[in-house]
Unconditional design. Structure first.
Length: 154
């Protein structure tokens, strides 16, 4: 009798384990939580609004973009993103040339934004702009520098 009860309990536990795990599986149509902030997609081109949102977050309340600066910066970013998109779509450009042209596009945008913002604002915004110019977050592209190593802990 004792063996029969143990067998029933073991079968019940096995059934719960076998049937319960599919219920915990994530639905394939459900987007992962904590997507990219500001509407940017991982692996895709960053939007102007997403870049502006990152600028505003980094600048904080003390250095935020003024009503005069904002449309000027938006125009420069729109132009930069359009040029990058066109470059990405142009399959006739060799990989080495593509990296050089991408860097030139970012440099032009950086120079234009430097003329619009204060020195303090530009110092905060420049790393974000350089990161966006690499075409993906957190890594150097082909021909680009690798991401900076974190500082060594003492």
């Amino acid at each position: 009798m004792k063996m029969k009860k143990m067998l029933i309990v073991a079968l019940a536990a096995g059934a719960l384990f076998a049937c319960g795990s599919p219920l915990l599986a994530q639905d394939a149509n459900t987007p992962p939580p904590g997507g990219a902030p500001g509407g940017g997609r991982r692996g895709g081109p960053m939007t102007t609004d997403a870049l502006i949102a990152r600028f505003q977050m980094a600048l904080g309340d003390t250095n935020k973009l003024t009503d005069v600066e904002l449309p000027k910066v938006k125009t420069v970013l729109d132009d930069m993103i359009k040029k990058q998109t066109d470059l990405r779509a142009d399959q006739s450009v060799a990989q080495e040339d593509r990296a050089a042209k991408r860097m030139a596009i970012v440099k032009d945008a950086s120079d234009a934004i430097k003329g619009i913002l204060t020195a303090d604002q530009f110092a905060i915004v420049q790393p974000i702009l350089q990161q966006a110019g690499r075409g993906r977050r957190g890594g150097g592209g082909a021909g680009g520098p690798p991401p900076a190593a974190p500082p060594a802990q003492p």
